[in-house]
Design a protein around this ligand. Structure first.
Ligand code: PLP
Length: 463
């Protein structure tokens, strides 16, 4: 069979099996498109030909509207660290539901969750709740500007911190200029004016950041970084990098802001505690809401005190109708109490064993690709070369044609739900047998894709 024909056959076969398994999803998608652009309400969850409609979740498993079951290794993009409908979380939330969801006053559940987070996360003396991670990074950046009286925040080229305008800058890494990437607005509708208040530097490169700080530090309020960038590709920080950031921030008198919205799950005090690199401000979200919408930002007492109207008439404004609502706080407290050190170590071990297993499969099939990450968070990169920067990660992804998309669909065909960029995260209900099942699905899916790789990306195949 000619190579072109082989490509078409593999792709058509995967799509055909997906569509045959999911007629109910297809019908629902067609109906949904009449009311919602692309039939959905979130760019990250859409994929072609149409997303799977899940109708129920229990523990580590999801069921779609056609009765297919999936091992969920996405868990709402890492946020459901205890999987779906964890019985104790359900019980606490149901009890709270009967007593009121939100009162428009201060309420005790906020205090309990705030206390737990402050006891665990080294950088946080005081915190404020929001309804999303996007709001958390937005407010954290506002706090840094208000405290320093300076406008510019440096973010990492290729880093994602949510969807507010000031971080919709250089979300995909610059492939041409590794050491001094230019800040660029990402996507339509974001005003060029944000470039007056954002600069970018490459992740894992202290020298490049120092050059930027040396030249501009008098205008810079702070540097925001995800200790291990999630959307950037789960690229681990180089040894000493995060402590190096702390030292540079101190040397140049700027604030250090960590976005631990995804990485908090890796250690009870987040990645900052693992690395001993303590920022001035931290944003968290996802797992801290027990499955409900959430975010929080906090940090040094002198910075966070700016939000106290009793301390100063010139306080920093921060509001939100559902901030700290009873449902999120109650479910979040139970979720975080259940996520003790032993639980974190267990899911980290399972994640490492999934990553190592995928790397073994790549080697045995002669595929030059790799799984990277830390503990319960792992991601496939389609290159055998080292991936140190977010530009390396993007380059590996960009050069794969339809491979990422087809692997995602083929894993769905084989009963494993992941992100369509090849990211896996582990929840507490996952067990060793689930990892074995996931590895078998990955191996079979890669075998299905081998002829496609041979035709479209032979550089990935050894021998
Ligand atoms: C690192 C990081 N920061 C911020 C956000 C935004 O959080 P949210 O989707 O809750 O607004 C995300 C979401 O995936 C994220 O991964």
């Amino acid at each position: 069979m000619a190579l072109g024909e082989m490509v078409m056959t593999v792709e058509a076969d995967i799509l055909e099996r997906y569509q045959r398994r999911t007629p109910g999803s297809r019908a629902r998608h067609e109906e949904a498109r009449r009311y919602l652009p692309a039939g959905d309400t979130r760019s990250a969850t859409w994929f072609a030909p149409y997303p799977t409609y899940m109708v129920a979740g229990e523990g580590a498993w999801l069921e779609d509207c056609d009765g297919n079951r999936y091992l969920d290794l996405l868990n709402n993009f890492t946020s459901l660290v205890h999987g779906h409908a964890q019985p104790d979380i359900v019980e606490y939330a149901a009890d709270q539901l009967t007593r009121g969801t939100v009162f428009g006053t201060a309420a005790e559940p906020q205090v309990a969750l705030a206390r737990l987070l402050i006891e665990r996360i080294p950088s946080i003396d005081l915190l404020r709740f929001t309804n999303s991670g996007t709001e958390a990074t937005m407010m954290m950046m506002r706090a840094a500007r208000a405290f320093t009286g300076r406008d510019i925040i440096v973010k990492m080229d290729g880093g994602y911190h949510g969807s507010h305008d000031f971080v919709e800058v250089s979300v995909s890494a610059d492939l041409d200029c590794a050491s001094a990437p230019a800040a660029k607005v990402e996507g339509r509708g974001v005003p060029d004016a944000v470039l007056n208040a954002v600069m970018v530097a490459p992740f894992n490169d202290l020298g490049a950041l120092e050059a930027l700080l040396r030249q501009h530090h008098e205008r810079i309020a702070g540097v925001i970084v995800e200790p291990m960038p999630n959307a950037g590709g789960m690229v681990p920080p180089a040894p000493g990098y995060l402590r190096g950031l702390r030292a540079l921030a101190d040397e140049y008198g700027v604030l250090l802001l960590f976005d631990e919205i995804v990485t908090l799950r890796l250690g009870s005090g987040g990645f900052q505690a693992i690395e001993g690199a303590i920022p001035d401000l931290t944003a968290v979200a996802k797992i801290i809401g027990g499955g409900f919408p959430v975010g929080a930002f906090g940090g040094r007492e002198d910075i966070m005190a700016m939000f106290d109207p009793a301390a100063s008439p010139d306080f920093v404004f921060h509001s939100g109708t559902f901030n700290g609502n009873n449902m999120t706080m109650t479910a979040g407290l139970e979720a975080m109490q259940r996520l003790d050190q032993a639980a974190i170590e267990r899911i980290n071990r399972l994640g490492e064993s999934l990553g190592a297993g995928i790397n073994r499969i790549f080697r045995s099939l002669g595929i030059g690709a790799q799984c990277l990450g830390y503990g319960s968070l792992q991601q496939i990169h389609w290159t055998g070369e080292p991936v140190r920067t977010l530009a390396d990660a993007r380059r590996a992804g960009d050069n794969t044609g339809q491979l990422r998309r087809l692997l995602h669909l083929e894993l769905l065909n084989r009963g494993v739900y992941t992100s369509n960029r090849g990211m896996f995260s582990i929840t507490t209900p996952v067990n060793e047998a689930d990892i074995t099942l996931a590895l078998r699905a990955v191996e079979n899916a890669l075998n299905t894709l081998l002829p496609y790789m041979r035709a479209t990306a032979p550089r990935l195949l050894r021998g």
